[in-house]
Write a protein that binds this ligand. Structure first.
Ligand code: GLP
Length: 228
């Protein structure tokens, strides 16, 4: 696991975009795994100014189950509408047949580059603490802390869905390359556990220590828990 620390959020965003651009320029028909959340908004904004992604295939990490296409709408607004990614190349997991998603990813040749954020409790995608390292795409109950953290995307905290369908940890780990980006002090504790603790289901992101090509991109506030 390689860890890159930048002085500002802007520099961290630029570094993440550089990795993604390199991937889509080297292999225009790359398969990308995509995250949602506030952290990736500036990444998608900058990325869409630099590439059309007309041949890119995408697999999003997750989707809420009790609302209609919430994360698809998020992606539409922040990335898809600004690029030429073809509708038929965009994929989201669904709660009816979650296992099919792993098969679809395999049939597309696997994920070349997976983009990840991290939850304050150390989740990646919606793999909440105690998710098994062997987990595949499945439906999951969201923790109250995750529902609280994500409530700013909804009109009221009560409207935050209770369940989601998420790529599993094993699904994520099968990606050829992974970048995880975290910015802001509220991610410092999760990042410290991810990088410094022994891999454990308590901090799902710590599984990335076992991946052979993962880059963690941080601004200095998110990295502040790494200092001794
Ligand atoms: C959600 C998503 C994760 C994302 C996390 C962080 O829970 N399922 O994929 O990493 O939010 O979101 P934010 O960037 O808004 O802090």
């Amino acid at each position: 696991m390689k860890v890159l620390i930048f002085s500002t959020k802007k520099e961290a965003v630029e570094a993440a975009v550089k990795v993604i651009l390199k991937q889509v320029k080297t292999k225009p028909n790359s398969t990308l795994g995509l995250a949602s959340g506030s952290t990736v908004i500036p990444i998608y904004n900058l990325l869409s100014k630099k590439t059309s992604m007309s041949k890119t295939k995408t697999f999003n990490l997750d989707e809420y189950t009790s609302t209609k296409n919430t994360l698809r709408k998020f992606m539409q607004k922040h990335l898809f509408i600004k690029t030429k990614i073809k509708k038929q190349n965009i994929h989201f997991p669904n709660a009816i047949n979650p296992k099919n998603y792993d098969r679809e990813i395999e049939n597309a040749g696997g994920i070349d580059l997976q983009i990840l954020g991290i939850g304050q409790n150390g989740h990646i995608a919606f793999n909440e603490p105690c998710s098994q390292f062997s987990s595949k795409t499945r439906k999951i109950k969201l923790s109250s802390s995750t529902r609280k953290s994500n409530s700013h995307f909804f009109k009221s905290p009560k409207q935050v869905p209770t369940h989601a369908v998420t790529m599993g940890l094993a699904t994520i780990m099968s990606s050829k390359k992974i970048i995880l980006i975290a910015t802001g002090k509220n991610k410092a504790e999760a990042i410290a556990k991810t990088i410094l603790s022994k891999p454990s289901a308590k901090t799902p992101a710590s599984i990335l220590q076992n991946h052979k090509d993962t880059i963690i991109i941080l601004d200095k506030t998110a990295a502040s828990g790494l200092k001794k």
